[in-house]
Design a protein around this ligand. Structure first.
Ligand code: ADP
Length: 465
C-alpha cells in the first residue's frame, strides 16, 4: 500500500510549477552584456549533449545578484522561456518555517517535481533567507533553517553534471551566503544585475510601453532622466500609473506628462518607505536647495532638471540634477569660468549650513560636495587655469605640492565667499524652495523655476579669482 500512496503522490499536480511562463529575453530590457551570459545558460539546455560530450561541466546553480526589482525573477523566467523548459519557483522565505522539518521537506518536494518534469529551471527567490551563513541565526529557528539549507545542498549535489535541472537563485546579499552554497558544483556562477543606467531605463520604459497606447512624441529621455536610481519594477509601475491617468481623463493616448506625473508619484511612494525626522528633512532640503539656488546663477549650470530630497538606494541625501551644456560636456572641455562655478555650487551646502545653522552648529551633511569642490580646485590649479600657474607636468607636482594646495585653497575660499553671497542675496528663494521640498520631497524643473521667478534675485557675479 506504501507503493500505491507513492504513486498517488506522483500523480498529484506539481505544486511549484508555474504554468504558462512565456517570457523571452526581448521582455527584459537594459541588460547589455549580461544577456550573453544568460544565453549561454539557455544553451546548457538546448545543447546539453554537446557540452557533455566535450566534457564541459554545466554549473549546478546560477546566482543572480542584485537589488530588488531589477528583473532577476523575470530573467530566470526568460531563461526557461527561451529554452522551452518548465519553470519551478519558490521563495526561500517560504522555507523558513517554524515547524521543524517543513522547510527541508518543501525543498525535497520542489526538486522531486522539477526532476520528474525535467528539463526544468528551479528558481529560488531570496536565497539569503535560507542560505545565510550558518551560525548567524540563533535559537530553534536557526536549527530549522540549517536543516533546510542542508537539504538544499543535498539536492544541488544530486544534479551535478546532469544539466537537466538548473537552479537559478536570486539574492541581494551574495556576501552573507553560507560558503557551502557557493562551492564548485553548487552556486558556482554569479551574475550581477545592477540598477539600470539612463539608457537602460529608456529601454525598460519602451519595453513596457509596447503594449500601451503611447503618444507618438513621448519623450522617454525626459522620463528616464528624472528616474535616476529606479529599477525595472518601478519603471513598469510608472507606465501602469500613467495609463490610469490617461483613462481618468478619458484620453486615448499616454503622454510625456502622464509619465512624468506618474514618475513623481512613484518617487513619493519610495519616500513613504523610508522614515526621516522633520529636522532631517529640513536639513537635507537646505543642502539641496542651496546647490540649486546657487547653480541657477551660472550659465552652464542653470539648466536644472529637478531637485529632490527623496532617499535613494546608495545615496543617503537628495540631489539636484543639472543638465550641463551638452556640447561643452561632450568635448570633455570645461572653461575656467564653468569650473569655478562648479566649485561654487559644490560649496553651497557648506555655506548654507553655516548661514542657516551657524558655524557652531555645523554638521557633516555637506562632506561629499565639499570633497568634490576640493578635488575640482586641484584640477583647476593643475590644469593651469589659475593665474599663478600655467599647468603643471607631473614632474613638478611633487615638489610644488604646497604651492598647489595653497593656490587651491585660495580658490576654494573665494568660491565659498561667492556661494555665501549668492545665498544671502536669495534667502527668500531658499526658504521657498526648502519649504516646498520638505512638503513635496521633489520639485520638477517647472516647479523650481516658478519659485525662481517669484522669489529669486539672480545676479551672476564674476568670480574674483
Ligand atoms: P527581482 O526579481 O529582481 O526583484 P522582478 O523580476 O520581480 O525583480 O521584477 C518585477 C517586474 O519589474 C518585472 O515583472 C517586470 O515587469 C519589471 N522589470 C524589472 N526589471 C526589468 C527589466 N530589466 N526589463 C523589463 N522589465 C523589468
Amino acid at each position: 500500500s506504501g507503493a500505491r500512496v507513492r504513486r498517488a503522490q506522483n500523480r498529484r499536480l506539481p505544486q511549484y510549477l508555474e504554468r504558462g511562463v512565456d517570457v523571452k529575453f526581448s521582455d527584459v530590457a537594459g541588460l547589455g552584456k549580461i544577456r550573453l551570459e544568460l544565453e549561454e545558460i539557455v544553451k546548457f539546455f538546448t545543447h546539453g549533449e554537446m557540452y557533455r560530450r566535450r566534457g564541459v561541466k554545466i554549473p549546478g546553480g546560477i546566482l543572480l545578484c542584485g537589488p530588488p526589482g531589477v528583473g532577476k525573477t523575470l530573467l530566470a523566467k526568460a531563461v526557461a522561456g527561451e529554452a522551452g523548459v518548465n519553470f519551478f519557483s519558490i521563495s526561500a522565505s517560504q522555507f523558513v518555517e517554524i515547524y521543524v522539518g517543513v522547510g527541508a521537506s518543501r525543498v525535497r518536494a520542489l526538486y522531486q517535481e522539477a526532476r520528474e518534469n525535467a528539463p526544468s529551471v528551479v528558481f529560488i527567490d531570496e536565497l539569503d533567507a535560507v542560505g545565510r551563513e550558518r551560525g548567524l541565526i540563533k535559537g530553534s529557528g536557526g536549527q530549522e533553517r540549517d536543516a533546510t539549507l542542508n537539504q538544499l545542498l543535498v539536492c544541488l549535489d544530486g544534479f551535478e553534471g546532469r544539466g537537466e535541472v538548473i537552479t537559478i537563485a536570486s539574492t541581494n546579499r551574495p556576501d552573507i551566503l553560507d560558503t557551502a552554497l557557493v562551492r564548485p558544483g553548487r552556486f558556482d556562477r554569479k551574475i550581477y544585475i545592477p540598477k539600470p543606467g539612463l539608457i537602460g531605463r529608456i529601454e525598460i520604459l519602451k519595453v513596457h510601453a509596447r503594449k500601451k497606447p503611447m503618444a507618438e512624441d513621448v519623450d522617454y529621455m525626459a522620463v528616464a532622466s528624472m528616474t535616476d536610481g529606479m529599477v525595472g519594477a518601478e519603471l513598469a509601475n510608472i507606465i501602469e500609473v500613467a495609463a490610469i491617468n490617461m483613462m481618468r481623463d478619458s484620453r486615448t493616448e499616454i503622454t510625456t506628462d502622464d509619465l512624468l506625473q506618474a514618475a513623481q508619484m512613484e518617487e513619493r511612494g519610495m519616500l513613504d518607505r523610508k522614515e526621516r525626522s522633520t529636522e532631517t528633512w529640513k536639513q537635507v532640503a537646505i543642502n539641496e536647495a542651496a546647490m540649486a539656488v546657487v547653480a541657477v546663477n551660472f550659465p552652464d549650470l542653470k539648466n536644472i532638471e529637478f531637485v529632490t530630497i527623496a532617499p535613494r538606494a546608495g545615496r543617503e541625501l537628495g540631489y539636484v540634477r543639472v543638465k550641463m551644456d551638452s556640447v561643452k560636456f561632450n568635448n570633455g572641455m570645461l572653461t575656467r569660468q564653468s569650473l569655478l562655478d562648479h566649485i561654487t555650487v559644490q560649496l553651497a551646502p557648506r555655506a548654507a549650513d553655516e548661514l542657516w545653522f551657524g558655524s557652531d552648529q555645523l554638521s557633516t551633511i555637506w562632506a561629499e560636495t565639499a570633497d568634490n569642490a576640493r578635488s575640482a580646485a586641484r584640477t583647476f590649479v593643475l590644469g593651469g587655469l589659475s593665474e599663478k600657474y600655467y599647468g603643471m607636468s607631473n614632474f613638478w607636482v611633487s615638489d610644488r605640492i604646497n604651492d598647489i594646495d595653497s593656490e587651491a585653497m585660495r580658490i576654494l575660499d573665494s568660491c565659498y565667499e561667492r556661494a555665501k553671497e549668492i545665498l544671502e542675496q536669495n534667502r527668500r528663494l531658499m526658504d521657498a524652495v526648502v519649504n516646498e521640498l520638505v512638503e513635496k520631497k521633489s520639485l520638477t524643473k517647472q516647479e523650481f523655476f516658478r519659485l525662481v521667478d517669484l522669489h529669486g534675485s539672480l545676479k551672476p557675479m564674476p568670480p574674483s579669482v
